[in-house]
Design a protein. Sequence first.
Lengths: 299, 299
Amino acid sequence: MEERLAELASGHGSRVGEDAEATLQAGGKRLRPLLVLLCAGPQAGDRATAAATAVELIHMATLVHDDVLDSAPVRRGEPTVLARSGRDRATAVGDFLLSRAFAELAAVGDQEAIQTLAAASTSLARGELAQRQGAYDLDLGEDDYFHRCSLKTARLFEASCRVGRQSTSEVGVDELAEFGSRIGLAFQLLDDVLDVVGPPERTGKAIGTDLLDGTVTLPLIWARQVDQEIAADGLEGLDEASAAVVCEQIVATRATDRVRARAGEEIDAAKVTLGSAGLDSEDVRLFSLIADGVVERYS
Amino acid sequence: MEERLAELASGHGSRVGEDAEATLQAGGKRLRPLLVLLCAGPQAGDRATAAATAVELIHMATLVHDDVLDSAPVRRGEPTVLARSGRDRATAVGDFLLSRAFAELAAVGDQEAIQTLAAASTSLARGELAQRQGAYDLDLGEDDYFHRCSLKTARLFEASCRVGRQSTSEVGVDELAEFGSRIGLAFQLLDDVLDVVGPPERTGKAIGTDLLDGTVTLPLIWARQVDQEIAADGLEGLDEASAAVVCEQIVATRATDRVRARAGEEIDAAKVTLGSAGLDSEDVRLFSLIADGVVERYS
């Protein structure tokens, strides 16, 4: 999968290659392709590799476009495509990566995977739209938040497990998809906690960036249920210093602890699902490690 | 196809729907889907309709992202998604439309079309990247220009004809694909002429916007071969008034007439191709009308 990603980045002339390669090599955890390949199991072949590659390409496309939307200078401690090459090229690089994802799936003729991943990719865009639409809206409720997390994050995790499993087996497809969906939600919950608690050295970005973007996340929603005074004047006027104060106020309500606990429940439920997925004990152990890894990354 | 586009725009909640619907209904000529359906012929069925829908979605996605890149307030005389809803939503709406295109193709299981259109969509993004990369570069040559036109425009026209024809017949696929590629190139050439000669009332945008973007097009390249003094100080410092002067200087060299003639040659060659596509005389007449329509739109 890594070899294929590198080929794709380098196979389209130096102009595309530079940004795409830097984006792909900036790395990240490759958590989604890992899920694809693990769900495919030891029989994983070309279909699974193509699906893993496509999933990562879709994810990278989203990151590149998110950075454009957020005007983010840094991701994972490295300059973003936006910072390196400007808004124009970053938008086009994202489109390139997204188109390549479907080209990759088309090349191996994996009809089911195209259908599943096109739907997941549509959901990602809808989640992004929902987030922009709901920006600065302090009346945003828990349900809106969870729906957005599902669109933005959980569905691609779910789709990763589904297409991986389908590439080699009909057993446990729905169960592994549910596993993926739940750890995806946990992942997003913990990511949103991290934006509040930092520290910036670990996250590679400043504390409170969600607040500064106007993105209303669960820690803020739950904190404001305890203390309506938090961010009572709205998020529009915040600067870095006042956002940091709001972050401290959120932590003081223990909302971040409660969100962490909620993420933990998702992880537990995800593991329970493994019991009915028809896996052997070694596989259950592997998937549990992944599930725990999501939490550990953030603890 | 129009019904399906309207369904897609309205089927994802009001947040997505608003922008997507406005984008789709803003209309345009639907030239690419027309090519798909005409190439499919009277036997056109679900595959052809899905392909026509997907082609238009890919095209619309590109337009929405182009408007973001160009900071364009107006397209076809209507406010752009960018102008109406901001950069953030416009980027996400483009991603949504692009993902929907592949979901649409996946739903009817048209493997060949997915492969062809994913490649065309990748080319579009590469063409956009090439254009941004080559911005303000007055050393850009004819070959660079034609390569960019191929990526940016001709390949989606070509793909439209290919997938349309393949949906119903194996006869004349390559010939119709060549027909599409040639009229696509003519289309781009004439579009680039129009940016120089206007009038703004017809184009729905100001004259010389390419120059102001730093986009070096064939009229400028050929004009500067005649008169090196044109835009000799570079495109960086141009404002609307000085861009209009450069446009007049380009016209004075007759470069725009020569580009029009070049487009006419492509149209003629496209029509010649029809002769070996195994079409009946009524079909030849229809395709010739389309080819002439590309020219007439700009004459």
